[in-house]
Design a protein around this ligand. Structure first.
Ligand SMILES: [Cu+2]
Length: 215
């Protein structure tokens, strides 16, 4: 299990930008906290199941306990502290992420989500029009690793919300009709980066792949 987890964690490797390292750190942190809580919960559950099993409570007259105000207060306070701590760790990087449109980029990339494909323009090149699994091809987008890119992500105004998700680059940005979200990419590492839609947008949701090739 540890091996599988570390494989998942090391998956984000596409950008050397400290900004992505921050997101990766936050992801790892929340993952390990979740794993710790899961294991602690399972151990406690098994312990209580064995201690308060029917044969034990009947024969040894172990008293069942139904309420503990101290426990209630403890897990409410601890969970609140944990949530607040993660909130304050995350709010800074997320605000920076949202202000990506302030940054200067060499190339503007226009990304627009449709039901069910992406239309993508890189700089002054023509649309890379939607292709998908049905037509047997991907959107192929080529980025130059020496350049910086600003992605302007939106969706068809007559359509629905999508989400432009590039797992290996560590970001996911909503594509919302009538609104633009920005993602700034720099220090890209050459390689192949698959894209998918991460917001359920209808029957063809699964069928929105694209591929970014960094050379
Ligand atoms: Cu979609």
């Amino acid at each position: 299990m540890g091996f599988l987890i570390s494989m998942t964690i090391k998956n984000v490797s596409g950008a050397q930008d400290p900004y992505y390292r921050t997101f990766q750190y936050l992801f790892d942190l929340q993952l390990w906290i979740s794993i710790f809580l899961l294991v602690a919960l399972l151990i406690t559950s098994f312990y209580l199941m064995i201690k308060y099993r029917a044969s034990n409570t009947e024969s040894k007259h172990v008293k069942n306990k139904f309420h503990s105000s101290n426990l209630e207060i403890l897990w409410t306070v601890l969970a609140t502290i944990l949530a607040l701590w993660l909130f304050f760790l995350t709010i800074g990087p997320v605000t920076t992420f949202a202000k990506a449109n302030n940054k200067h980029a060499d190339v503007i990339v226009k990304v627009r989500g449709y039901q069910f494909y992406w239309n993508i323009t890189v700089g002054d090149q023509p649309w890379v029009t939607g292709v998908n699994f049905t037509t047997g091809a991907y959107n192929k987008i080529v980025f130059d690793h020496t350049k910086t890119y600003l992605l302007e992500i939106t969706a068809d105004v007559a359509g629905v919300i999508h989400s432009f998700y590039v797992p290996k680059l560590g970001f996911k940005a909503d594509a919302v009709p009538g609104h633009t979200n920005y993602v700034y990419l720099s220090n890209l590492v050459p390689g192949v980066y698959d894209v998918t839609c991460a917001e359920f947008c209808g029957a063809g949701h699964y069928n929105m792949p694209a591929r970014i090739t960094v050379i």
